[in-house]
Design a protein around this ligand. Structure first.
Ligand code: NAD
Length: 646
């Protein structure tokens, strides 16, 4: 009998090198440790979560006649921390039942149990001496070959190695999770000179494949990549805002979705993260980077120091750059901070012509160009911010990363930027932007000139569906690694599509398989998408092996265009309404009874019609973070596209 070799998957590669993660010990159950523990439980790993023994009894414990020797007291810190984390909204755990995978204990009584762990992850208080002491204890109990990592944000990783054995040093590195660990996709992996490359490769694959993260390997430099660049950007904005006499609302109107950053833009993001946390990172960079040419920008401006002094730290203390309040009539209002008077005033609606013009463009790259080419104050602010940031980022390569794609990956996953700094620079045009940067006195690093001299005019390019980056060392392009295991639709977009209309595009993704991508507003399903589904199945049935319906939008689909249904009903166009519903249902049946397999890959919001599309597929491969359901029932509608099947 003939045997056919299976293709090697990432998972096989991981198990091929004999390392498996079945048990993880998480040391420290604070903000990070308890939530990291939950995320390991999410992916099916047994977790052992430890924290310190309390030094004093609480009043309640005393009243109950408990002593410091009772187990419930000794594990109180860890148990309370875990319970608190489990009550978080949004939840750190996929399902509360999964918490049974987490066993709790304390450092004094239970440290020996870490001998079973395949990975010991430290997330205790940010103090070098305490961490070193704990690693001394870990050394005595860990099994040989077990990975040991630290979640530190600021302590140089190599410093934590002092006094440790060779085997420990080979298996030790930084694994920097971001808060909240379930939702923030970045995992920075920071090896030291002593770390075995096998461990780095393993964790990088493991982070991507099992933890669902974007793993970015960093150098052991201050604040690593994402915080160094991301917090620089925020600090630069803090200073530019004063210099250009701009308001909190103005900055947020400019630095949000219009340039591919989250809706929370700059100051809502600061409030969410915690202003004290940002100040800490900025101070760390200031203290530890004496040679940073923009070091002064990491000095905290007076108004930010005032916020910290007042305890106005953002959402955790109820107010920061914004504050929720009620007006005289009792209506909810949002107030914004005036940094000159430190008073809160009603949040102003801001309109910049450059931003309004940009909103009309379909593509993010075009939006960014329009904002930067505008003539108002907003555009001038954007130019200063972007040119100064690009200069800074170019000067940090190769200091913080040898490969420039890592900077973009870290900002995309850690700060939610759709385009990282180098992709933004590409969108603006590298050569043109360098000229403008010179006019503003913000010349980039020499290697950028070298790249242009070689005739290369972009940091990234896509060739044959593969994304490549400019490599400083070889002065040529190299493949961005890690694409092998994935189909990245963005890389196919530059090819001629097999078929296309306004709302959907059909790509040939190889192996005789087609992919239908929706790209309507919020990926709502209207007539173009339905046409796309029918047409794609027809094309697939005539010469292809199968069809995948997936996309890389923010949401898979928010469902049918209910607004359109509502208008038809208001206008009593019942024939039209009937036709629209029938067409929807017929399209779902077309998926169900197609002659080729139709695989649907839902993610994020997959509502109504998105859910129905998934229900009728031959197979669905949902992302872990998929929010799926028939929400129309809540608005009094029957999910008539096929949602009533059983
Ligand atoms: P935290 O203050 O919430 O938790 C610290 C934990 O350390 C607590 O559970 C505490 O009981 C324990 N602890 C205190 N003293 C100890 C001792 N002497 N020995 C052992 N344990 C002790 O802190 P956190 O925010 O969870 O941060 C933990 C680590 O993660 C730090 O290294 C921090 O830099 C890093 N980090 C934090 C964030 C964040 O946003 N909070 C993000 C990334 C990385």
């Amino acid at each position: 009998m003939e045997t056919v070799a299976e293709p090697i998957t990432t998972q096989q590669t991981i198990t091929a090198n004999k390392r498996k993660i079945k048990k993880v010990a998480v040391l420290g159950s604070g903000v990070m440790g308890s939530r990291i523990a939950c995320h390991f439980a999410n992916i099916g790993v047994e977790v052992f979560l430890l924290d310190i023994v309390p030094k004093e009894l609480t009043e309640k414990e005393e009243a109950q006649g408990l002593t410091l020797e009772d187990k419930s007291v000794r594990n109180r810190i860890v148990n309370d921390a875990l319970q608190k984390a489990l009550k978080d909204n949004p939840s750190p755990i996929y399902d509360k039942k999964l918490a049974s995978r987490i066993q709790t204990g304390n450092f004094t009584d239970d440290m020996s149990k870490i001998g079973d762990a395949d990975w010991v992850l430290e997330a205790i208080v940010e103090n070098e001496d305490i961490k070193k002491k704990v690693f001394g204890d870990v050394e005595e109990r860990r099994k040989e070959g077990a990975i040991v990592s630290t979640n530190t944000s600021s302590i140089p990783i190599h410093k934590l190695l002092e006094g440790r054995s060779e085997d420990f040093q080979k298996h030790f590195l930084g694994t920097h999770f971001f808060n909240p660990p379930r939702y923030l996709r970045l995992l920075e992996i920071i090896p030291t000179e002593k770390t075995d490359p096998e461990v780095v490769n393993f964790l990088s694959d493991y982070g991507t494949t099992f933890l669902g993260k974007a793993s970015v390997t960093c150098k052991d430099t201050t604040a690593f990549i994402a915080n160094r660049i991301g917090v620089f950007g925020i600090m630069y904005i803090f200073h530019l805002m004063e210099e250009m006499e701009m308001t909190v609302e103005e900055i947020d109107a400019l630095t949000g979705p219009v340039i591919g950053r989250p809706k929370s833009a700059t100051f809502r993001t600061c409030d969410l993260v915690g202003i004290d946390t940002l100040v800490n990172v900025a101070n760390i960079v200031y203290e530890n980077s004496p040679d940073d040419e923009k070091r002064d920008l990491f000095k905290i401006p007076d108004y930010v120091n005032k916020l910290v002094e007042n305890g106005w730290l953002g959402d955790k203390s109820g107010q920061g750059f914004y504050k929720k309040s009620r007006d005289e009539e009792g209506n909810r209002v949002i107030l914004a901070l005036d940094i000159n008077t430190m008073d809160y005033k009603a949040k102003q609606k801001v309109k910049f012509g450059s931003v309004e013009n940009a909103k009309n463009a379909d593509q993010l790259e075009e939006q960014i160009r329009i904002v930067h080419n505008g003539e108002d104050r907003g555009a001038e602010f954007m130019r200063k911010l972007t040119y100064g940031s690009l200069q800074y980022v170019s000067n940090r390569v190769p200091e913080i990363a040898d490969e420039l794609y890592k900077v973009d990956d870290a900002l995309n996953a850690g700060f939610g930027w759709k385009l990282g700094p180098f992709a933004t620079w590409d969108a603006l045009g590298v050569k043109e932007t360098v000229k403008k940067m010179e006019e503003y006195g913000m010349q980039p690093a020499q290697w950028v000139y070298d790249m242009l001299d070689k005739g290369f005019d972009s940091f990234f390019k896509i060739e044959d569906g593969i994304k490549k980056y400019y490599d400083l060392e070889t002065k040529g392009y190299k493949e961005v690694p890690g694409q092998e295991g994935f189909i990245i639709l963005e890389n196919y977009r530059k090819n001629k599509p097999v078929w296309q209309n306004e709302g959907a595009t059909l790509h040939d993704i190889g192996d005789g398989v087609l992919n239908l991508e929706f790209h309507t507003k919020m990926n709502a399903i209207g007539s173009e998408v339905l046409e796309g589904i029918n047409k794609s199945i027809e094309i697939a049935e005539n010469g292809y092996n199968g069809l995948v319906i997936s996309n890389e939008g923010d949401n898979f689909s928010v469902g049918a265009n209910v607004g359109m249904m509502f208008m038809l009903a208001v206008e009593q166009e019942f024939d039209e309404l009937e036709f629209a519903v029938r067409r929807f249902q017929d399209s779902m049946m077309r998926i169900r009874y197609s002659a080729v397999p139709v695989v649907v890959a839902p993610h994020s919001m997959t509502l109504g019609g998105g859910c129905e599309t998934t229900m009728h597929s031959d197979m669905a491969t949902p992302a872990a973070e998929t929010y799926i359901g028939l929400v129309e029932v809540g608005t009094g509608l029957i999910p008539a596209g096929g949602g009533t099947r059983h």
